[in-house]
Design a protein around this ligand. Structure first.
Ligand code: PEP
Length: 257
């Protein structure tokens, strides 16, 4: 494990209700230690952001799952980075594979969203990852790097370094099939070595999360890999117990276990 602070991020996707949010915030306030050597963030749907921001324990960060590539204007149904920042959000996911596939978000569009997040002081979490077909045809590195390169081309290495990366193999998201720790490490190491060609310091400093069926039982092994700096958690962030089980593994590692 590196000396970067681990981040455990819960992507709630289109799940939950106001009652769920209130209960989760109460549980996390009770269960999370007040001083943590790792970061925790949750990503509810837009309409629950306000409730999370107003009721979350201080040590929990809050992010949105998406943002518009535009500042404002006639873009019905979209929400801008400026609005998210105004509400008190800290972070925002960009390029989650579900949006890349279902909303046909291109690498270039995702890059614009990354830039918008930074423009308004939000930390973008850039999600990248290959499909099963792409992995089977040995395209993993090409696909992942093209997704990162588009952002690099638009904002440059300094700005990219202000974000967080999340490697999420599409075949592992919500499927129960986790990448092995070695498979995750291989891609994380590849990303870091490519970034090092642009800036060695940033490549060592940037956090690269793993996402894809991460849970309490596999988090320790994944997070203990040299280039894995935490997790982006979907399904296992939907109950306080499951999410806390992952946080506890991050805690053990950050204590130097
Ligand atoms: C995700 O939604 O980003 C994710 C990793 O989901 P899951 O943990 O359910 O695979």
């Amino acid at each position: 494990m590196s000396d970067r602070k681990l981040l455990v991020a819960g992507n709630w996707k289109m799940h939950g209700s106001l009652t769920f949010v209130k209960e989760m915030m109460t549980s996390l306030a009770t269960m999370l230690p007040s001083k943590m050597n790792y970061d925790v963030a949750v990503f509810p749907v837009y309409i629950h952001l306000h409730e999370v921001i107003n009721t979350k324990p201080e040590q929990v960060l809050c992010g949105a799952q998406n943002l518009s590539e535009y500042d404002d204007g006639a873009v019905t149904g979209e929400v801008s980075g400026k609005m998210l920042a105004d509400l008190g959000c800290n972070m925002v996911l960009v390029g989650h594979s579900e949006r890349r596939v279902m909303n046909r978000e291109s690498n270039e569009e995702v890059a614009k969203k990354f830039a918008q997040a930074l423009k308004y002081g939000l930390t973008p979490v850039l999600c990248v990852g290959e499909s099963l077909l792409e992995r089977q045809s040995n395209q993993t590195f090409d696909v992942v790097w093209a997704q990162i390169q588009a952002v690099l081309d638009l904002v440059g290495i300094e700005q990219l370094g202000l974000g967080v990366l999340a490697y999420e193999p599409v075949w592992a998201i919500g499927t129960g099939e986790t990448a092995t720790a070695e498979q995750a490490q291989e891609v994380h190491q590849f990303i870091r070595s490519q970034l090092a060609l642009n800036d060695d310091t940033i490549s060592r400093r940037i956090r690269i999360l793993y996402g894809g069926s991460c849970k309490g039982s596999n988090a320790y092994e994944l997070f203990s890999m040299q280039d894995v700096d935490g997790g982006l958690i979907g399904g296992a962030s939907l109950t306080a117990q499951d999410f806390m089980a992952i946080c506890q593994e991050a805690d053990k590692l950050s204590q130097g276990d």
